[in-house]
Write a protein that binds this ligand. Sequence first.
Ligand code: C2E
Ligand code: MG
Ligand code: MG
Length: 618
Amino acid sequence: MATERQLSEMLSEFARTMVTDFPIQRILERLVQRIVEILPVTAAGVTLIAPNTSPRYVAASDESALRYEQLQTELGEGPCLVAYRTGNAVAVDDLRIDDRFSVFGPRAVEAGLVAVFTFPLRQGDKQLGALDLYRGRPGLLDDRDMAAAQTLADVTAAYLANAQARADLQDSSERSYASSVHDALTGLPNRVLLVGRLQHSLRRGRRTGKAMAVLFADLDRFKAVNDAHGHPVGDELLVAVADRLGGLLRPGDTLARMSGDEFVILCEDLEEEAQAELIATRVVDALSAPFELSGIVVEISVSVGIAFAGIGGQIPEQLLRDADTAMYQVKRRGGHGHQVMDLRERQLSRRRVSLQLDLRGALDRGELRAEYQPIVHTADGRVVSVEALLRWDHAIRGAIPPKTLIPLAEQSGRISEIGKWVLEQACADRHRWISGTGCDDIGIAVNVSAHQLMGPDFVAMVGGVLASTHTSPELLMLEITESVFVQDADRALIVLNDMKQLGVMLALDDFGTGYSSLSYLQRFPVDLVKIDQGFIADLGRDQTSNTIVAAVITLAHNLGMGVVAEGVETAEQQDRLVALGSEFCQGFYFAQPMSAAAFGTLTNRVDDNVNLRLPVSA
Ligand code: C2E
Ligand code: MG
Ligand code: MG
């Protein structure tokens, strides 16, 4: 019979191991041995049972216990299963005469078992399995031993649950760590892990003095593959790309997927920088071979930018940005190739980033303003309208030209806000000029970027500004470029038709520089074509320009559109344009862009617009 002292010793032994990482198996083995020492039984075992799986014995005090455990497991019958199912202890004082276990009973007796006592391993209202006590002679255990055995079973269950929870936790935290630093699609390290490795290897590079390079690879035309064949094929392609790239690495290199179709290779311990270019060449070559995906063959290419740690970019983010900038240089050349980051490019890209930040508050600080350049009748210089041209007077860097400012505003998502400001300003300024003068037929032209035009609520915004500034729609000319049609021709057509519906005039700006598909002129409701200044500059100097300008004028007229020649700088150019039949002109010859106040002064000098002719002699 177990004494209180033995029992409490055993329990405290358990309690101590419960909080350690001691292997579960060893503890269960210790448990069954101690039970045999303190309770009047010959053998003991532990069986784990879970729903829908066969019982599994996990500990046995000796060979005989192992046999009895095995028997119950194999036969799928025995007291341990009853204890598991009912949650109550089962006591069999003499198997030879007990008829509850018709299969297990005879086999166990044959193996030398006479009495068996089984206790459920309870955890809350479910059971994890059973603790089995075996004896080679008949007879019941007394109440105290039964109670002690159940206490031990309960402690065992608690221990098992605890160990299981810890294992689960470790498992899931390992899993969730792994998934937080790997890309789910390709299984490659993601940006987080890459930045960690970069940090580490930058530190290492400082010690070893060896060069390290970051190769930033961005697929060309990946979007087209996605659009044409669907995302599953796009995903398949990315996995295949990851596979090919993986085959090019040297031991110790890291390949990561940054996002979308961007991959980064981190090359450490380079003997010389040329090695990185060699790897980049291999990357470009490897990806130019066709990919055989399920059912289709896809051809792509890749642009690779390279940045070296030595250049001074000692933080991972800077290195990645440098490699990304170099990659964009390749893209700008049309993709398919590699480029090493050069310092000048980096300065430019830094400048872009800092300008973008400055642009945030430029409107509030009053750094933006509009200038106005008259558009005149070619023949007599009479002013028809004025074009608003955006100006940014940067507090430190001085004048930032619109060719720099507009792309920045587009990239940072501010173009709609800024474009709206220009439109309001221009319409309001026009309203001020014409009040009290006879110049109320002078129109206003405002440039609209493709991003802005395609943005949400553009039409409603224009309608609102016209109303609030008391501007008749037919006096507003919106100037768009061909890029509008290239982005999304269907949507462009809808928006432009809505604008026509509003009564606004539309001009196609910089005609001849972009994609210059004459079919645009036919498809879109354009009122006016503005021939790019490049052609005008060459008028009289080069026959091709003459021919092109003449052809565009004829075509536009045939389609019922007017023509503006941009960038007219000389009286000779004006003469030629009169001869070619371009009805409107704009350029330094007539007037430079000027402040609102300066144009206001001009309108004030005349009684009516008939007399407002440019160039005005002082
Ligand atoms: P654009 O709409 O074609 O404007 C004409 C540009 O040519 C203006 O440059 C003007 O100053 C310049 N220019 C005018 N006459 C002559 C000339 O005789 N010779 C020469 N060489 N140039 C002349 P600017 O102001 O630098 O504007 C450049 C471009 O920036 C504009 O080209 C327009 O596309 C864009 N832009 C200007 N303001 C805005 C705006 O508010 N919104 C948008 N989205 N774009 C704008
Ligand atoms: Mg324009
Ligand atoms: Mg233009």
